[in-house]
Design a protein around this ligand. Structure first.
Ligand code: CA
Length: 259
């Protein structure tokens, strides 16, 4: 472990939040695992070093074009993607990758850019992180997201069927009138969570814990974005819902129209 990393470790053991802002010490990070796309070299290198120290293998990309050039389905289990990038924006990169991959994506945005965060999620990112963030938080999110994808891969061979809507838990596949509906890992987990208990109202915080696998205040709007995407993919009209209902002031619920 190099000096920079041991310093971070000491700070965190002492309960001090470390914010990556200053100069980082780069480790050689280039292998399987995570594609890290960030144009600010100091931040990117510090993140890569911290991820490396946590046994992730990082491929670094410094702009949107590199991101698309370096992304490898076989090699990368997750992408960390900065929104504001030279050459090709994070949005463009996300949209392009989503055309043929449901690889988990964590979007990085500058502080307070709520519109950007929501835009990122609507493009199919699974999660977002606001700068400046602590390296520990980054690793926690990466772990949570990878664990979630792993868990949904290990679901028992069960299919939930509600008339024209079928949710195959083991196959990680949703069909509507026999046609496959392509969902991101987060959207799938959210739908399964709600559909397992039709009629039960889940608060946004509950859904964040179940779906995103962590418990941070202030991320409730993440759930609203995922619900919005799900509704659009299931062609569910929020004003006259068939499946996904808003319980005003309380949260969301799934209803089985055939029950
Ligand atoms: Ca940037």
């Amino acid at each position: 472990m190099n000096l920079f990393l041991s310093w971070i470790a000491e700070q965190e053991e002492a309960g001090v939040e470390v914010r990556i802002r200053g100069r980082g010490h780069a480790m050689t990070g280039d292998a399987r695992g995570i594609l890290l796309v960030e144009d600010e070299a100091v931040i990117r290198e510090a993140m890569a070093a911290y991820l490396n120290a946590n046994d992730y293998l990082v491929t670094e990309a410094a702009d949107g074009q590199e991101a698309l050039a370096f992304f490898d389905h076989e090699k990368h289990a997750l992408i960390i993607l900065d929104l504001m990038l030279p050459k090709l924006s994070g949005e463009e990169v996300c949209r392009t990758i989503r055309r043929d991959s449901d690889v988990p994506i964590i979007m990085l945005t500058a502080k307070g850019e709520i519109a950007d965060r929501i835009a990122g999620l609507e493009l199919g990112a699974d999660d977002y992180l606001v700068k400046p963030f602590s390296p520990r938080e980054l690793v926690a999110r990466v772990r949570a997201l990878l664990r979630r994808v792993q868990l949904s891969d290990d679901s028992p061979g069960e299919t939930l069927v509600f008339g024209e809507l079928a949710i195959d838990l083991a196959g990680h596949c949703v069909t509507l009138n026999g046609e496959e509906v392509v969902l991101t890992a987060s959207e799938f987990k959210l739908l399964v969570t709600l559909a397992r208990h039709p009629g039960r109202v889940y608060s946004r915080m509950e859904l964040i814990e179940k779906v995103l696998g962590y418990d941070f205040e202030g991320y409730e709007r993440t759930i609203d974005s995922h619900i919005k995407n799900l509704r659009s993919k299931l062609t569910d009209d929020p004003r006259k819902p068939h499946w996904l209902f808003t319980s005003h002031g309380a949260g969301y619920r799934f209803e089985n129209p055939y029950a």
